[in-house]
Design a protein around this ligand. Structure first.
Ligand SMILES: Cc1cc2nc3c(=O)[nH]c(=O)nc-3n(C[C@H](O)[C@H](O)[C@H](O)COP(=O)(O)O)c2cc1C
Length: 358
């Protein structure tokens, strides 16, 4: 099945990216997805938030927005899967076309704008998945706000109430560039309000077992913003940070003909800026809060660089669009090789090992 993507992949890449994505989801739903061969190399096992990950490579938010194909995604070999962004109510998102490939840059620009079926539909799917008893991996649930909603804190709290029980970790996503005003929620006062509101919702809905709470941040923040986020995270006991979402910056050397499209840029050009923000958050939090590194990972070398910069876990999305599911076994084999080459006996031992080399 891994082999099949070699033939299907080039065909998919000729279609409109959103049409190709829809076909991929349908194929996964019907069980046509490949299965990653065998159990993971034990050197890749890691423990974060008291949860065991078979490997540290996860699927980033945005691929399975409606929590429709969790099982097949674990079958591909991900150590964890983050579904969403899920908004309280369904919404259509921005007009199409709204996803663009920049193949020369190994990048994508998207301005989907949190298109999705909403929290009730996601809750039904997540309940069904949990009832199936297949707990092969760790599941993250990424929360957003509806575009028209005036009260952001109420939206995140509603998402936490509806979906917290199904999540191994919850994400407050305040960093997507396609919902007006969303990224302003990364300011200190707003973040404090959001964390407070979600914590309270979780305390009411799940008093004994609230999941770890993470914040996903943008790569386009000023140093003062990063200071504020680190302070809120430390003071309010936020359990983790995800660095980073897509960028609104446009590095000068991009080639793809869609390079001027509005939206968030992901993939290779995001690797360096996202890793800089990750390393800076590791420094600012003194390594006391687990970080997930995401942005431009397309091989073991990038995953390893993120871990050395301070990431306990890594995620990817755009790499999968260009490399297909064979990326998973490759990235894991490369990462295991790099850890052994440098004398580490686990992922955890390498976390932050290179952060002073900036
Ligand atoms: C098509 C597309 C849709 C995305 N949708 C979301 C989303 O709904 N929520 C979110 O937090 N991030 C979303 N992202 C951002 C990714 O989760 C990730 O942070 C970013 O793409 C950088 O990783 P990458 O370079 O490996 O793609 C999306 C990315 C892409 C390419």
């Amino acid at each position: 099945m891994m082999q099949a993507f070699r033939f299907v992949g080039p065909l998919l890449r000729r279609l409109d990216p959103e049409v190709a994505h829809g076909l991929t989801l349908r194929a996964l739903e019907r069980g046509f997805g490949p299965r990653s061969p065998g159990p993971d190399d034990p050197i890749l096992a890691t423990r974060v938030w008291g949860r065991d990950f078979a490997n540290p490579v996860g699927l980033a938010a945005g691929f399975d927005k409606d929590a429709a194909v969790i099982g097949p995604l674990f079958d591909l070999g991900f150590g964890f899967v983050e579904v969403g962004t899920i908004t309280p109510r369904p919404q259509a998102g921005n007009p199409r076309p709204r996803v663009f490939r920049l193949p020369e840059d190994r990048a994508v620009i998207n301005r989907l704008g949190f298109a999705g079926a909403g929290a009730d539909a996601a809750a039904r799917r997540l309940a069904r998945w949990r009832a199936g008893g297949i707990s092969r991996g760790i599941l993250g649930v990424n929360l957003g706000k509806n575009r028209v909603s005036e009260d952001a804190a109420a939206d995140y709290a509603a998402g936490a109430r509806a979906l917290g029980r199904y999540a191994d970790y919850l994400v407050i996503n305040v960093s997507s560039p396609n919902t007006p005003g969303l990224r302003a929620l990364q300011s200190r006062a707003e973040l404090e309000r959001l964390v407070e509101a979600v914590r309270q919702a979780l305390a009411e809905a799940l008093p004994a077992r609230a999941p770890p709470l993470l914040i996903k941040i943008a790569p386009d923040l000023e140093p003062a913003d990063l200071d504020d986020i680190a302070a809120v995270a430390l003071e309010r006991g936020v359990d983790g940070l995800i660095a980073t979402n897509t960028t609104v910056a446009r590095p000068a050397d991009r080639q793809g003909r869609h390079r001027a499209e509005a939206g968030g840029l992901s993939g290779r050009p995001l690797f360096a800026p996202a890793t800089r923000v990750l390393a800076e958050m590791y420094r600012l939090t003194g390594g006391r809060i687990p970080l997930i590194g995401v942005g431009g990972v397309a091989g073991g070398a990038e995953a390893y660089a993120k871990i050395r910069a301070g990431a306990s876990l890594v995620q990817l999305y755009t790499g999968l669009i260009y490399e297909g599911p064979a990326l998973l076994p490759r990235i894991k084999a490369e990462l295991a090789g790099l850890l052994r080459r440098d004398g580490f006996d686990s992922v955890g031992a390498a976390v932050g090992a290179g952060y002073d080399m900036k």
